[in-house]
Design a protein around this ligand. Structure first.
Ligand SMILES: Cc1ncc(C[n+]2csc(CCOP(=O)(O)OP(=O)(O)O)c2C)c(N)n1
Ligand SMILES: [Mg+2]
Length: 265
């Protein structure tokens, strides 16, 4: 196993609030890399804009920090031109499901061999607390003073409905589960979604560490993720959120297998 320290950036001040869920995800990501013995030059993290999207600045691997909502097309292109790289597309719930919503849908359809980690704090953190697509109905925010009045976007249900090849959800407070899912997603060939629930301690006073513990459960060991109908039922249950690998479809064709390219290396 590689030391987690090889992924540390020595001279960077981390601009997240004390207690932010992003710190847990940072450690889980670096631990997953070290357990898979990935050298930094094998990995690229691509992000958009937001607090979550600062992640590549804090990990000693290759990086591309692009436009808000545009993480997935950049990640897909990087994978196409250099399939030997492990490509992690990583951004927030707003960036991925809001501004990047259309890319989310069509990337699932194309099924490039990339990992999509979404830091789902159910809020627009960087821009100071407006509702994001996943903010629960009724929650009051810095902009929605009377509470959000539309139903939230359900990324897991959308991904299963579109027959995505790997659909997982976890809570960053469950370290072992999160590391295991990141490792599984990296090993999986095809598009892998990991929606990681995380608190925003400054702007989301509703979805706290306590709230996530009380409103989630871990899927049992004998759960079969290849059963799409059951996966969809589980995805539709928004009362109690299932954590784990919810849906797996290993027979889906992978995008780069059908793209001609010039071999440079
Ligand atoms: C096209 C575009 N729209 C809006 C913005 C402003 N903006 C920057 S970050 C952000 C929200 C980020 O929220 P999220 O992706 O959930 O990340 P978080 O900060 O919560 O981690 C917004 C609206 C922008 N930079 N570009
Ligand atoms: Mg967010």
């Amino acid at each position: 196993m590689f030391s987690v320290k090889i992924y540390d950036i020595s001279n960077s001040d981390i601009a997240w609030c004390p207690g932010c869920g992003n710190f847990g995800i940072l450690n889980e990501l670096k631990t997953a890399f070290s357990e898979l013995e990935l050298s930094p030059n094998q990995v690229v993290i691509v992000s958009g804009i937001g607090q979550a999207a600062k992640m590549p600045q804090y990990v000693n691997v290759n990086m591309f920090n692009g436009l808000h909502g545009r993480t997935l097309p950049v990640a897909t292109a990087i994978k196409l031109v250099n399939p030997s790289l492990i490509v992690i597309a990583e951004s927030g719930d707003g960036c991925t499901y809001g501004e990047g919503g259309n890319h989310f849908i069509h990337t699932i359809r194309k099924n490039p061999n990339i990992v999509n980690i979404v830091h789902d704090n159910m809020i627009y953190g960087l821009t100071k607390g407006q509702a994001s697509p996943t903010t629960p109905k009724g929650v009051k925010t810095t902009l929605q003073f009377d509470g959000v009045f539309v139903d939230p976007f359900n990324p897991i249900a959308v991904a299963v409905a579109l027959n995505a090849s790997f659909v997982a959800r976890t809570f960053m407070g469950y370290t072992d589960l999160t590391i295991e899912l990141i490792k599984k997603a990296i090993k999986h060939r095809g598009y892998s979604l990991i929606d990681i629930l995380q608190p925003c301690v400054t702007f989301n006073k509703y979805n706290t560490y306590q709230w996530y513990k009380e409103n989630t459960y871990i899927l049992p060991e004998d759960y079969d993720p290849t059963d799409r109908k059951t996966a969809f039922e589980i995805a539709m249950d928004t009362e109690k959120l299932a954590l784990g690998l919810i849906y797996l479809n290993e027979s889906k064709e992978v995008y780069e297998d059908f793209q001609p390219r010039i071999e440079l290396f």
